[in-house]
Design a protein around this ligand. Structure first.
Ligand code: MN
Length: 347
């Protein structure tokens, strides 16, 4: 893994020497931004940062985090991100706090909208913590606010998992005002942002990012032939839906994923996520947690388990087994895992 400090000293690969100074000033001015509200999403953010580093981004990396993110996770994020900023809307005592009082249902949305306050950058690309970069995407900074890819469920709306924006306190204030007045038609940030940037679908085709910049796992099910034809050009994979990469467990030795990854197309991206996690993120987590126990998600199956071709279970199947009294006490349903789940919910 590259060290952040060192990377800044090295000229960009392929950059002409005389342009280096200029490129650096432009680069310092632009950032990828993500959001992690808890330790699970923090792991996603760690993998996302590793993937951006591995594909040699020249831009800064910023993580907005919620107050629930634990100290060890904050320390790891600080290693991987140039800037880690705690956003506590309830504690802010400003317009965001007022907005939150009026619309407590939009809590996480207000936290995400906070990215517009990063005015020490002229342009940013927001990326959800459940995205993975599989190719350099610095060219996104050539786009203007608000650029985003269509949502696979309703293509006249953009998906707010990846978007280009310009930080501005004026826009931020307008967004807060819009949210409190109109709410969100889907209960989240995507509804608010599509309402606010409502001309996106018709005004300017250059603000439509190609789908490969936000390739959601859902596309495999909705349009398989297109996925087969274009999926190989993917630049960003977005693990949409309730099951996230960190919902599974992974055996680094056998590279097997457990916990409901049946589809082979998406599971290759899942294996990419887990490989990156186990290789580059896990050692940092182990270092910062020290003796404290934490849920790594990596489990070495013993020989007999690894040898048996037992398929991964969906959550429905797991529930059925539970109800029949056949919980996987030694594996995913171990007391340790259940305790962790309870702790995560009770936080
Ligand atoms: Mn997402």
């Amino acid at each position: 893994m590259q060290l952040r400090g060192l990377q800044v000293l090295l000229p960009r690969e392929g950059a002409a020497p005389r342009s280096v100074g200029l490129s650096f000033s432009v680069m310092a001015d632009q950032a990828f931004v993500t959001l992690a509200t808890n330790d699970n999403y923090a792991k996603g953010a760690m993998v996302l940062a590793s993937s951006l580093h591995n594909h040699h981004t020249t831009r800064k990396l910023v993580a907005l985090i919620g107050p629930q993110v634990s100290d060890p996770c904050r320390s790891v994020l600080k290693k991987l991100y140039d800037e880690v900023r705690v956003v506590d809307v309830l504690d802010s005592g400003d317009a965001a706090h007022l907005a939150m009082m009026k619309r407590p249902d939009l809590g996480v949305t207000f936290t995400k909208l906070h990215c517009w306050t990063l005015t020490h950058y002229s342009k940013c690309v927001f990326m959800d913590a459940d995205t993975l970069v599989v190719s350099n995407i610095d060219e996104l900074f050539d786009r203007e606010e608000l650029s985003a890819a269509p949502d696979p469920g309703w293509p006249d709306c953009f998906n707010s998992g990846v978007f280009v924006f310009r930080p501005s306190m004026e826009t931020y204030a307008k967004l807060l005002q819009y949210s409190t007045e109109h709410g969100s038609f889907d209960g989240g940030d995507q509804g608010v942002l599509n309402g606010f940037f409502s001309s996106w679908s018709t005004a300017d085709i250059s603000r439509h990012l190609p789908f490969i910049y936000n390739l959601s796992s859902i596309a495999i099910y909705t349009y398989l032939p297109a996925f087969k034809k274009f999926g190989g050009n993917a630049k960003v994979v977005h693990f949409l839906g309730r099951t996230k990469p960190w919902s599974h467990t992974f055996d680094p030795r056998t590279r097997r994923i457990r916990g409901g990854a049946q589809d082979s197309s998406i599971s290759s991206f899942l294996v990419d996520w887990w490989s990156l996690y186990s290789r580059e993120v896990l050692p940092l987590l182990q270092e910062h947690y020290g003796d404290q126990p934490f849920h790594s998600g990596c489990v070495e199956e013993d020989e007999s388990q690894a040898g048996s071709a037992e398929p991964a279970l969906s959550s429905e199947e797991r529930r059925e087994r539970w109800e029949q009294g056949q919980a996987d006490y030694m594996g995913v349903d171990s007391f340790e895992n259940i305790q962790k789940k309870l702790d995560a919910f009770l936080k």
